[in-house]
Design a protein around this ligand. Structure first.
Ligand SMILES: Cc1cc2nc3c(=O)[nH]c(=O)nc-3n(C[C@H](O)[C@H](O)[C@H](O)COP(=O)(O)OP(=O)(O)OC[C@H]3O[C@@H](n4cnc5c(N)ncnc54)[C@H](O)[C@@H]3O)c2cc1C
Ligand code: SF4
Length: 368
């Protein structure tokens, strides 16, 4: 809205306040310095971090918990007649009841999995004074959001990962990367509390041709692995499928999304849904709803229209799977350690969104 404020400012002699996604201190500062407005108004950034102005003033922008623009915890809750809060800050609106207090007894806590749920669990446990160790089997923290933040339009999610990396570093938590919790290792580990945050993995549908080299997961595509041809079929019209479709279309691929349900993006907040619809249209992505992926062939795929019940073959040199995630509980079921208390947080309980992962981890560790 800054360009609008700029025009208004040139026409009036009273102070002009501008608003809208100005939660980046450098950007907000530039708007003021360039004289495009007299004041910055912050809405959602203050729900994500009420100390935003103080931290910006003190030059601690790395400590600002960023708003990711999801609407899941703020307007999305109001629509469902729940009190306003924030996906990345569960205490918003409940600051007194949900204050992070020192633990009555300090314990040794082992967190397994450094995705967003594991990082939040680690952060809260460390703030409460527990002695925390975090195991992550990959060479970096962030879980699915490492790949989920690859598209340029997911910059805010990238900032959220950076926020956690900074906070965990400042809290002096012991982080062990490239460390996979396997049963043999766990039997040797002594800890009082074990938090399992091993996340989720892609669902692979049981259909003919699924084993072909032309089939890749959305996560692999975003990670830069797997060859992607010119004609791409994305199976699944949820958030992940639509985002990977836009990402590939922006890279010049011809992309079609097939979705079994009657609409795409069913659980996405209306404003975000409209925005993604616009991006799909602007980037020329074809969307087929009420359509199921029945078979993968050497030339592409056989699709079935679920309403009119006809089959059609579409040409595609790559099929990208984005048909959902399932808990990574195979490891969890076999993990044994002599922990007195055992908790599961995030996608390994039930695949969900960033808000579910953060809220679940926060709520669990707040009382351990
Ligand atoms: C491509 C993509 C984009 C997404 N974008 C969004 C979005 O924009 N907004 C949103 O709300 N949600 C989004 N999601 C969903 C979101 O990523 C999940 O809700 C969130 O990642 C769940 O966090 P988690 O920590 O439970 O699991 P994960 O992110 O899966 O993290 C689990 C971690 O545990 C590690 N691990 C597993 N087993 C072991 C073991 N035995 N030992 C040690 N470490 C182990 C894994 O390597 C991983 O780092 C997206 C998902 C995907 C796949
Ligand atoms: S719920 Fe999402 S959009 Fe709303 S303030 Fe929090 S991070 Fe921002």
């Amino acid at each position: 809205m800054v360009h609008v404020a700029d025009v208004v400012k040139q026409a009036v002699r009273i102070p002009v306040i501008t608003v809208g996604r100005l939660g980046y201190p450098d950007l907000a500062e530039r708007v003021l310095r360039e004289g495009k407005a007299d004041f910055i108004a912050l809405g959602r950034p203050l729900l994500a971090d009420p100390e935003w102005p103080l931290k910006a003033k003190e030059g601690r922008k790395e400590d600002i918990r960023p708003c990711i623009g999801c609407h899941d915890g703020c307007l999305g809750r109001i629509v469902h007649v729940h009190p306003l809060s924030c996906a990345v800050n569960p205490a918003t609106g409940n600051e007194r009841e949900l204050e992070i207090l020192p633990a009555e007894r300090k314990k040794s806590v082992l967190v397994i999995g450094g995705g967003i749920a594991g990082m939040e669990a680690t952060r809260v446990a460390a703030l409460r004074g527990h002695s925390v160790t975090l195991y992550e089997k990959r060479d970096q923290l962030g879980g699915h959001l490492v790949e989920g933040s690859v598209p340029e339009f997911k910059n805010d999610v990238r900032l959220l990962i950076e926020y956690y990396l900074t906070q965990l570093k400042k809290l002096n938590v012991k982080i062990e990367l490239n460390k996979e919790a396997i049963p043999e290792l766990m039997q040797k580990i002594e800890c009082e509390v074990m938090v399992v945050a091993t996340g989720s993995m892609p669902v692979v549908p049981d259909i003919p041709g699924i084993e072909k080299d032309t089939v890749v997961s959305a996560i692999d595509v975003l990670a830069g692995g797997g060859q992607v041809g010119e004609d791409v079929l994305v199976a699944g019209g949820g958030l992940v499928g639509c985002e990977v479709a836009v990402y590939l279309a922006q890279k010049g691929r011809r992309v079609t999304v097939v979705e079994m349900q009657g609409e795409i993006l069913p659980r996405v907040f209306e404003a975000n849904k409209q925005y993604l619809h616009k991006m799909l249209t602007e980037n020329g992505v074809r969307v087929l709803t009420n359509t199921a992926l029945a078979r993968i062939t050497d030339e592409g795929a056989i699709l079935v229209n679920k309403i009119h019940r006809y089959e059609a073959e579409v040409a595609a040199d790559t099929v990208v799977l984005a048909v959902g995630l399932k808990p990574r509980d195979d490891v969890v079921r076999h993990l044994e350690c002599r922990a007195v208390e055992l908790y599961h947080v995030g996608d390994c309980r039930e695949p969900g969104r960033i808000m579910d992962a953060i809220w679940g981890a926060f709520e669990t560790l707040r009382t351990v």
